[in-house]
Ligand binder design. Sequence first.
Ligand SMILES: [Zn+2]
Length: 271
Amino acid sequence: MARRTGSSCRRRWYRKFLLLLLGLALFCAGFVLGSARAAEEENAARNIHMEEPAVGTTDDLLQPSSEEQQPSGGCLPEGETWELRLVNAAHVLPEDFQVPELTELYGGHAVDSRVYPALQRMMDDCRAEGLEPMICSSYRTRDKQEELFQNKMDSLLTQGYSREDAGDEAARWVARPGTSEHETGLAVDIVDTGYQLLDQRQETTPVQQWLMDNCAAYGFILRYPTDKSDLTGIGYEPWHYRYVGEEAARTIMEQGLCLEEYLDRWAGEMR
Ligand SMILES: [Zn+2]
């Protein structure tokens, strides 16, 4: 009897010991995985040195346009690849659009993870020239774009605009939700740390001159050139860079096209 009690005590003790070991093993595995992930995220964030967002961000300034918004439903025609997705007033992103995976950067910024390595190289090489580029805008959620648009609407409504007029006027200055490239995670606004205002003078900064000359080698284009506003529907933005892949970027930048023109030609050749 005493022996049986002793043996059942030992069994209970072994069981507790095994459970303890198992718990310890699970805890260690979780800790190791968690640390690896944290290190990976930290590295990704650290690689692109992000400072505070630029002062006075007035992004996606729309030129007055007579074009009516004509949602096409699909912005990615058959045969196109993800990096050539067209987003503008006539090509609205689906409501449920989601970037497959984001890489977070300093300063609360993020980009589509597929674009991150090229962006990293471009920023590194620009800095290697002794320049100081700074990302001031990147991925935006649909909610964020709605908030920006609504803020503009509200300010117009308080100025006495009717609801309809306020909507039209707001759309001249802030991209309507679903029509901003920033929602794709493929676009970034980059300024020169020495001059952070988003206005035409930005084009004269050493950073913009380097970016305009070199962005295509990394698969980026200056998305809203000064002479293409009638086609893009958006005013000149010498700070908004969009990833389209190296091949398309070289053609677009070398031939002085905008993405709309390139896709028209490309689609034409495919027919
Ligand atoms: Zn932008």
